[in-house]
Design a protein around this ligand. Structure first.
Ligand SMILES: Nc1ncnc2c1ncn2[C@@H]1O[C@H](COP(=O)(O)OP(=O)(O)O)[C@@H](O)[C@H]1O
Ligand SMILES: [Mg+2]
Length: 454
């Protein structure tokens, strides 16, 4: 063999080797490109999840949250219909559904919002894991899955496609919170998956770990919103309850006042007249004369006491008088027989106060003025009413002996406790500044929104 032939053969071998190496390289590059694509896709998905989680921390209602979740889900998975079902705690009803339509373009989504009617779902729990199923597999699904898919179809009222040509596909994502709290489910649907382009393929079993991760994100956000909603509901209930209690107290006072006035006071008046009648007919030296005279006087005193109690119990017509004038009238009346100098300053006489605010203010004034007259041994009593436009301010100051700190904080000081409660129930504040020897200042500030009907 000539040297030339040898070199040709060698070159031929080198070329073949190079060829295989190039082919190997190309294959590696292809694999790398694939891996890179998958990596970028995963990165984009995680980014979407993160963005959702961030935005979700600012939402305060389940519906708002679902309206955030839907666009994210459409970006993650190539479905075009979605419905969210949230379950109440002990029964599997659906208090609301959110539905959404993904358009082919990213931002042509529409019909995000609440659907008014409630849909009864199933007495059975949602599945523990996400379920991906075609409409032809619905028959084998659990009642819960079947029902939510059916409701989702109804929501879109899609004309039933000819069953032989296309089958819809659904992804049912259960939302399970901490402590296995079943919160609901999201259904993603496509009526005709065959129309989806190949690069937007429907999720497969391989995508399930990511589907689970997504569901966990939505569930965590939903759970914290639900807790927030519950706390808010409880606060609202408490407020409504508190104002009912105050209303009931007022009604009861009015009822007691009426009974006292109509039944007892009237009887006493009749008895006093009888006693007078007897007195007049008894000679001055008759043994019963003095007794019947005393009886008449005592009955007269009792009638005055009862009238005072009735006056205390029955709120004056605050609407007619205005709360400041009513307070002034009360203070004047109650101090008329006391050795105390009264100074009432009405900086403003607030108008159009809500009934509850006016009553609370009047009751607080009544109690603190009473206390000053009964307990303080004060020489002066100063009452001020001011209106800031969004709150009424009441100050009752005496220069008496002050309240000892144990009485000030005792839960048995029903008058003081009651004043604080009345203010607090209406979102106001009541402070009592008092030290033995320096006198007492009661200040109440009660916020209000102007009653437009007045
Ligand atoms: N302005 C005041 N000056 C001095 N002592 C007061 C004053 N207000 C309240 N007190 C004291 O605090 C106690 C508790 O007041 P309160 O809760 O209104 O109960 P009550 O008036 O029924 O005794 C009173 O018994 C009294 O000793
Ligand atoms: Mg009192």
């Amino acid at each position: 063999m000539s040297e030339k032939q040898d070199r040709i053969a060698q070159l031929e071998r080198d070329r073949e080797l190079l060829d295989t190496q190039i082919k190997e390289l190309l294959r590696t590059e292809h694999r790398l490109a694939g891996a890179r694509m998958r990596y970028e896709r995963q990165l984009r998905r995680i980014e979407l999840l993160n963005r959702f989680a961030l935005a979700a921390t600012g939402t305060q209602s389940s519906i708002d949250l679902m309206n955030l979740a839907m666009p994210m889900l459409f970006s993650l998975f190539p479905f075009e219909q979605a419905a969210a079902f949230t379950l109440r705690e002990n029964d599997y009803l659906c208090p609301f559904c959110v539905r959404a339509l993904a358009g082919r373009e990213a931002d042509s989504r529409e019909r995000l919002g609440e659907i008014g009617e409630q849909h009864e779902i199933s007495a059975e729990a949602p599945p523990k894991e996400p379920v991906l199923l075609g409409d032809d597999e619905l028959g084998d699904a659990t009642p819960f899955v079947r029902r939510v898919v059916e409701v989702t179809r109804e929501l879109y009222a899609a004309p039933a496609p000819a069953p032989s040509t296309t089958f819809g596909a659904s992804l049912v994502m259960p939302l399970v919170g901490r402590g296995k709290w079943a919160l609901g489910a999201i259904v993603l649907r496509h009526d005709a998956p065959s129309l989806i382009s190949s690069h937007e393929r429907l999720p497969t079993e391989a995508d399930m770990p990511f589907v689970r991760l997504t569901a966990a994100h939505v569930a965590a956000a939903l759970q914290s919103v639900r807790l927030f909603e519950q706390v808010r509901d409880i606060a609202e209930l408490k407020e409504a309850y508190a104002s009912k209690v105050v209303d009931a107290q007022e009604q009861e006072r009015i009822r007691v006042a009426r009974e006292l006035h109509d039944a007892i006071a009237q009887q006493l008046v009749a008895m006093r007249m009888d006693a007078e009648w007897i007195s007049e007919r008894l000679d001055a030296d008759h043994p019963a004369h003095d007794v019947s005279h005393q009886l008449t006087t005592r009955l007269a005193q009792t009638i005055v006491s009862i009238r005072n109690i009735v006056y205390d119990l029955r709120p004056p017509l605050l609407d007619d008088l205005g709360v400041a004038s009513a307070i002034k009238a009360y203070a004047t009346q109650i101090t008329s027989n006391a050795e105390i100098e009264l100074d009432v300053e009405i900086v403003d006489d607030p108008e159009a106060l809500p009934q509850q605010v006016a009553t609370a203010l009047y009751r607080i004034a009544q109690e603190s003025i009473n206390n000053a007259v009964r307990h303080a041994e004060a020489t002066t009593l100063r009452v001020t009413v001011e209106d800031s436009g969004s709150a009424v301010l009441l100050r009752v100051r005496d220069d008496g002996r002050g309240i000892s700190s144990d009485k000030l904080n005792a839960s048995t000081s029903m008058g003081l406790v009651g004043m604080r409660e009345r203010a607090a129930l209406l979102g106001g504040e009541l402070t009592i500044n008092s030290r033995p020897g320096t006198g007492t200042l009661v200040s109440a500030a009660i916020p209000y929104a102007r009653d437009p009907s007045k």
